[in-house]
Write a protein that binds this ligand. Sequence first.
Ligand code: ATP
Ligand code: MG
Length: 566
Amino acid sequence: MHPELWLIHKPMDQKILANNSTNFIRNVINEDLSKGKYNKVITRFPPEPNGYLHIGHAKSICLNFGTASDYKGYCNLRFDDTNPSKEDIEYVNSIKNDVRWLGFNWDKEVKFSSNYFDIFYECAIELIQKELAYVCFLSAEKIREYRGTLKKPGKNSPYRNSSIKENLSFFEKMKLGEFKEGECVLRAKIDMSSSFMCMRDPALYRIRFETHHQTKDNWCIYPMYDFAHCIGDAIEGVTHSICTLEFQDNRRIYDWTLENLDAFNKNDRPHQYEFSRLNLEYATTSKRTLKLLIDNNYVSGWNDPRMPTISGLRRRGYTPASIRDFSERIGVSKVNSLTDISILEAAIRDDLNTNAPRSMAVIDPVKLVIENYTKEKIELLKAPNHPQNEEMGSREIYFGKEIYIDKADFQEIAPNNKFKRLAIDKEVRLRNAYIIKATRVAKDKEGNITTIFCTYDSDTLGKNPSDGRKVKGVIHFVECSKSIPAEFKIYDRLFLEANPSRFEDMSTIINPESLIIKHGYVEPTLKDAEVEKSYQFEREGYFCRDNSDKGLVFNKTVGLRDTWNQ
Ligand code: ATP
Ligand code: MG
């Protein structure tokens, strides 16, 4: 799409859309139900198992499963598995897992388009018998040439008028593997001068000598999406078949196919409705491009936390609720837009701000020694798990003579009066502990600070200094001997450009700093942190434990506030 045509979907749109819990699809459903066209709402989510699901699919899942459930109907999970060359059972399994993780349940067992291969075949025979389909031996190139252009009508294929008998026999031979791949296709006989290019005798079946993950080598002819999809919907009694806008023209084939098949040409047959796909800033929702990112080692796999895949977002610390909330916030429309990534980040931040327990982690540590604190003494202090929610309880943290603080929280000389961190001769409060004052530093040969020396005021635990001194700054820390080393993976946008689809060569816009690894320390309570469970590391951001066998590794989900739109 031409970049100028993109409407940027900014967070301010949220208000309009969030209140808009009704959308044009619901309007259609309401009307259909009131007219008695259907008495139940049945939808389906139809992924092709040729990759992992991404955030765009999540929008479609929330829409399909969410709408069906709101109307007390149901949604089928149907694998659109008509192209065996790119499909794989690994994808089937990951998709099932992701849909369930998002919190949705499909009706009964999982469906596959390949379950219906016999029926599709019978439908093709019916069309041949009605002189509505024929086997065409033109090469792919000739077919393209004969199709014409938007300005020029197409030309009939010389095979268009073969007899029913000939066509039945050719089609049978296609099925028996007597023709080579590409030698012929079954085509619908519609209208070579239609103003909709897709109606100029579209292909219905093609030959593929490939082993299919479900039907193995039973078939060497495979139906095209446009032919299989509508029949699959009709077999399952789907009422509203919701798909993305690029299928708008193809709706004509959808309707043509069902209207020409006796078993499905009914008043309560399914109908297709299109909505605009989600395009997310700084991300790609093209499975092909996501796969290229993996194949070229820009990311470590489908579940790399920088990927906009559901498995990547999960590993990054996104919760199912936050993704559902995001889908709700962006709404459903027919306008192509580029959604501001801050809408997604706001959804997870809002969730974690309420639900993530607090903890302290020092990501870029420097040692700090409290000179007036008793050597070898360790105190246990109480820290709340959530400042606003007492029900989340509290934990014990350690305090002692030697602690780590973050390098960024100290400067030898405070740059100005507004500096609220630690500096020599300045005081700050250690979060959940005492007030300290820096006195001097030790440095290595290169002049780097190796240790900060301080004194502490023993009468400031949980209270302000008795002499009325005002200490505004608060910094976090962990006690040296009890803290646990941890690795922190800090992620940034994978692309430097908001709309990467505008660039032919993605490699030129990859952010070289999309992953920065730091080594620091966490509170000992995090030793057994659950994988994918998020914490707010105070003053640092939200992090969750990675499923790594290399000790404690935390992935940064998102910062505490949006620093991009400031
Ligand atoms: P392909 O490139 O393989 O066609 P696809 O993105 O269309 O990929 P499917 O597995 O066919 O992937 O998609 C399953 C369903 O998810 C379809 O109904 C599709 O319309 C919907 N979907 C896919 N991408 C998006 C997106 N970015 N936004 C909203 N819905 C999407
Ligand atoms: Mg598709």
